[in-house]
Design a protein around this ligand. Structure first.
Ligand code: HEM
Length: 211
């Protein structure tokens, strides 16, 4: 098996394991998000919990579909043998990015950690759809290589939640700081880290058509 196929397989395995974890947390362990909501102590706006929960469920459902459809579209087989499917699945991915962004826009003002974290999420709510739209504009102009690069940059942000939680866990374990402080640093660190990760992938795969 080639290195690239192995990397793709590893990414798919991470996506599957992460989505199983998310499903477990959302459906079994903490369906009302009591634990996460418990960290929201200093909110600037009163939180409508039932509405916030609906937004969260829509957010997570679209995020899961986006992670799956994006992963499928990076497969060489899907692109080469099923170009029509690749195109429609690509539009499905774009729609999920917009829905995750929309729900993020609603949840951001109530972010754990306060105003600073709200600003970080709002920046991401603009950046992520922008990267995705640039990728679409590039392919409409038949710039295949540029399309792939921008899709890699866009898809990297599907790992936002996973990266934020891993960083929050690491910061809390190492420093003993509170959850909101660790989470805030996690959110701010995740945004550049995921961008750098995408650039590393782009540079590692000199010819990204071979993914
Ligand atoms: C695509 C993969 C993503 C998944 C699976 C996901 C999942 C989640 C989950 C489970 C939560 C609830 C809190 C928690 O347990 O962390 C959450 C909260 C949130 N997510 Fe996402 N998310 C994703 C991407 C994004 C992106 C790209 C953005 C920004 C554009 C975003 C913005 C938010 C916001 C603002 C909150 C509320 C945070 C808070 O209340 O402190 N998410 N997300």
């Amino acid at each position: 098996m080639s290195k690239r196929k192995l990397s793709y397989g590893l990414m798919v395995a991470i996506v599957i394991l992460f989505l199983l974890y998310i499903a477990f947390m959302q459906l079994i362990q903490d369906p009302q998000a009591d634990v996460f909501l418990g960290f929201k102590t200093r909110l600037n706006h009163p939180l409508n919990v039932p509405f916030w929960l609906i937004a969260l469920r829509v957010h997570v459902a679209f995020a899961a579909v986006g992670m799956i459809s994006g992963a499928i579209n990076f497969s060489k087989r899907s692109r080469q043998h099923h170009p029509r499917f690749h195109r429609w699945n690509g539009y499905l991915y774009v729609a999920t990015v917009m829905m995750v962004g929309l729900t993020s826009g609603y949840m951001a003002p109530y972010a754990t950690g306060g105003r600073a974290v709200s600003i970080a999420f709002n920046i991401l709510t603009m950046l992520w759809p922008a990267f995705t739209l640039i990728a679409i504009i590039q392919i409409r102009k038949h710039r295949l290589e540029s399309h792939r690069k921008w899709m890699i940059r866009s898809y990297a942000y599907c790992f936002t939640n996973m990266t934020v939680h891993l960083l929050t866990f690491a910061i809390r374990s190492i420093t003993g700081w509170s959850y909101p402080v660790s989470y805030s640093i996690g959110v701010y660190a995740a945004i550049p880290l995921l961008f750098i990760a995408a650039e590393v992938v782009i540079r590692t795969l000199r010819n990204t058509s071979d993914i």
